[in-house]
Design a protein around this ligand. Structure first.
Ligand code: NDP
Length: 278
């Protein structure tokens, strides 16, 4: 077995994960001696795979992706406040006392990509989030920390959006609706947190949802513009972005938690963006 500290991303499917490449890049940039690999782990093997990795294979940290984030939340001995609130964990870290800390870096990854990388500020803004699944749950708290004016969550199954508003109402103004209820409303920022883009699909959005200078962000990412990014361009959004920057920033935050060193993400974002022809 290698002497290097071991890290991994667990998920199913996992073959196309960009995380090994991102973390190796960060390791070289910050001169950290580590190995990071992708491991196919279905939900029913999660606990055994995590135990083996941490307690037999020299593992120091694990990223968890679909469908493991809720299981990772339940597994962690301790959780950061943002992970506790989101009920999902994407980063597990072995602590010195042998316990496992769970964090969720997805939301801060999105906020960093919006505000720092793309100068899309959230404070005082009217924000629409599409979708009420695991990704929405992870991003609402960190967005509320930036003090937007309001957050509206639209979802096909409106009860799921209503449940989220109940959970997050103590942190700021938040309301839920159906897609049809959006007619006549307009927003400064629309975030697509549905999985529709993964099947080249679009939630049923009416025209006129964008205020002047409004921006749009798809959490999904692809080599070509996603269905939502194409819709945003057609609607005249000032900026229409996909989730590649968020992916890199959530990784940077996980790397910082594990190694205590903050990598610089700009160069990697430029590189991966160039590779897809932008
Ligand atoms: P979930 O399966 O938990 O939730 C899916 C959501 O999408 C639900 O609200 C569902 O609505 C909605 N939905 C699915 N298809 C459609 C459709 N055709 N029209 C309208 N709504 C639809 O998924 P996640 O929350 O885990 O992931 C959402 C997206 O976020 C994915 O694309 C994922 O790749 C991306 N993501 C990106 C990250 C990054 O780093 N860039 C990090 C995490 C996630 P309903 O409840 O009615 O079924």
């Amino acid at each position: 077995m290698s002497h290097k500290d071991q890290y991994a991303v667990f998920g199913s499917p996992i073959k196309h994960s960009k995380s090994p490449r991102i973390h190796q890049f960060f390791a070289e940039q910050t001169q950290q001696d580590l190995e990071y690999r992708a491991v196919l782990v279905p939900a029913e093997q999660f606990e055994q795979a995590v135990n083996d990795f941490f307690f037999q294979e020299g593992g120091r940290g694990i990223n968890c992706t679909v469908p493991l984030k809720e299981l990772a939340w339940a597994y962690a001995d301790k959780k950061t406040a943002r992970a506790e609130l989101s009920k999902a964990v994407n980063t597990l870290a072995l602590q010195e006392d042998g316990s496992i800390l769970g964090d969720n870096t997805d939301g801060i990854g999105l906020v960093t990509d919006l505000q720092k990388n793309n100068a899309i500020l959230l404070t005082g803004k009217k924000i629409l989030i599409l979708g009420a699944g695991g990704a929405s749950r992870g991003i609402i708290g960190p967005i509320q920390d930036e003090l937007p004016e309001t957050i509206t969550i639209a979802n096909r199954t409106v009860e799921k959006a209503q449940n989220l508003t109940t959970e997050f109402a103590h942190k700021g103004a938040i309301n839920a609706c159906r897609y049809a209820d959006l007619a006549g409303l307009s927003f400064d920022l629309i975030i697509n947190a549905t999985s529709a883009s993964l099947s080249n699909d679009l939630p049923p959005l009416v025209d006129g949802l964008l205020k002047e200078q409004a921006c749009c962000y798809d959490l999904a990412y692809a080599n070509e513009a996603t269905a939502f990014v194409r819709w945003a361009r057609e609607q005249g959004a000032l900026k229409s972005l996909d989730g590649l920057g968020m992916l890199i920033e959530q990784a940077a935050e996980a790397f910082y938690l594990w190694r205590g060193v903050r990598p610089m993400s700009e160069e990697l974002i430029r590189l991966l963006d160039l590779e897809r022809g932008n």
